[in-house]
Design a protein around this ligand. Sequence first.
Ligand code: PEP
Length: 250
Amino acid sequence: MTRVPFVAGNWKMNTSKSAAIELARGVAAGAPASSVQVGVAPPFVYLDAVGQAIGGSSVLLGAQDCYFEKNGAFTGEISVEMLKDLGVKFCLTGHSERRHVLKESGELVGRKAAAVYGGGLTLIHCVGEKLEERDANQTLAVCQKQLDELSPSTMHDPDRLVIAYEPVWAIGTGRNATDAQAQEVHAFIRGAIARKWNKDFADRVRIQYGGSMKPENAAGLLARPDVDGGLIGGAALKADSFLAIVMAAR
Ligand code: PEP
């Protein structure tokens, strides 16, 4: 089964408006037109400017978060409809910083995931264990629980469902999972998706690795059979390093 790899940059709460535009232009200028899907997820307030900067290129615009309601009295929140209005094509849910720093519950993450997918966007649903959970041999159980936030009865298009395996201990720490550790969990995730949906569906779902992926370790991770791209934090803040990872995914 050939899956087109998907490499997405999560800019988190970084950049200024001018830096975001410059970074976006750099990514758009160097991104290949085919063989790998490339996306950038800037802060909400720069989505419009970044969308214009990547306009006409193959780079997809993404959001780091959203709220599950369509509109109404939800001060400070952003709906999927609002994201679509700005040309957003994909949205993350369940990033470890939202789960563990912003204290989002699994139930809230699941409602957001349903809203993203139900609204017609591509969903990048993040799963991954904390260090103490890995040490206690709970890695696969944690990933299963976070995958269970997704509902197979409402998600039918495998091309719009992406799972990002992001071990929490690897995010922003400079300590990536080894190629073998990543492959073990990715294979588990694909099996879990096959059990929840079916094998054909699971074979088409992209599973990204995230957690200190950088140009130096990308090729090894991406060479593993179940690693279908990356979700990149720190290394996505410079066009050169991000594009080096993109090229490794081709
Ligand atoms: C992330 O936040 O999704 C991430 C993978 O960050 P980093 O690449 O900096 O570890």
